[in-house]
Design a protein around this ligand. Sequence first.
Ligand code: HEC
Length: 133
Amino acid sequence: MHKTLTLLLLALAAGGAAAAPADPLQAYVAQARQADPGFAPAASRGEAFFRLQRAAASGRIACTDCHTDDPRQPGRTRARKPIAPLAPVANAERLADAAKTEKWLGRNCLDVVGRACTAAEKADIVAWLISIR
Ligand code: HEC
């Protein structure tokens, strides 16, 4: 009985993961809810996170240093290479692939805050970028 339940839950978990692999917002919200079942993403917190890092400088680079203050605008890497806009409204390829978003947020968060961002922080950032018109 207990074994059957475990197998059922594993099957559900696998099915759930397979159903929404491409959407970073769904992926991060699901992850954040494992720690906090009541979690709901907030675009306002995501925007604050994106902008606050500059004030928290401590010698680290800020999100806005590479992506500008306006995610609808193209940015630049430290090597001056152009970066296409982050907001999906300006760049249809953005936030369409959870693996790509995770790869870049992994690097970017280490550079900016010196640690991995939490799933909740990433959900908020993505929710904000999607909300930009
Ligand atoms: C050192 C420069 C740099 C900094 C600082 C930086 N980024 Fe990025 N970011 C990049 C580059 C380069 C890419 C990949 C660009 C591409 O795909 O064209 C990227 C990609 C991303 C993506 C992936 C979007 C997608 O296509 O799914 C997100 C989201 C993002 N950055 C958010 C942030 C946030 C939030 C911060 C601050 C915590 C930040 N970035 C700081 C350079 C930077």
